[in-house]
Design a protein. Structure first.
Length: 125
């Protein structure tokens, strides 16, 4: 089942779309940065789960998808956007900023020599 389809069974339409956007950005970053770091082959594992309070998407990779300091910076100051000059939007860090803005929590940690990017969207009852 696709992440957005699963999210749509639990979340409202806007929240499900936000989950999809964050997921696409996270997966794109994992693939892009993995290939930059020389990975010709590898595995990215995606899981999605829900409980009464939240919907969680996790991407597990053997290479870091984003440095922790960049995640911390994105939480403090999302990308600057001049609506009158879209060309001024920087490429570097944009995907991460989108993830942080779309989700309620975004964390990165290591487990078993793998990097785990966890994104949480709270369920509004």
């Amino acid at each position: 089942m696709q992440v957005k389809d699963f999210a749509a069974t639990i979340l409202d339409e806007n929240s499900a779309a936000a989950v999809e956007l964050a997921f696409v950005e996270a997966l794109t970053n994992a693939i892009k940065h993995g290939s930059i770091r020389g990975r010709a082959h590898g595995q990215i594992t995606v899981t999605a789960r829900a409980d009464d309070q939240s919907f969680v998407v996790e991407l597990v990779d053997t290479l870091p998808m984003v440095p922790q300091e960049r995640l911390d910076r994105a939480k403090l100051q999302p990308f600057p956007l001049d609506i009158d000059n879209i060309a001024s939007l920087e490429e570097d860090g944009r995907g991460l900023s989108i993830m942080v803005l779309a989700m309620d929590e975004v964390t990165l940690h290591t487990a078993n020599d793998q990097y785990v990017l966890s994104m949480v969207k709270y369920i509004n009852h």
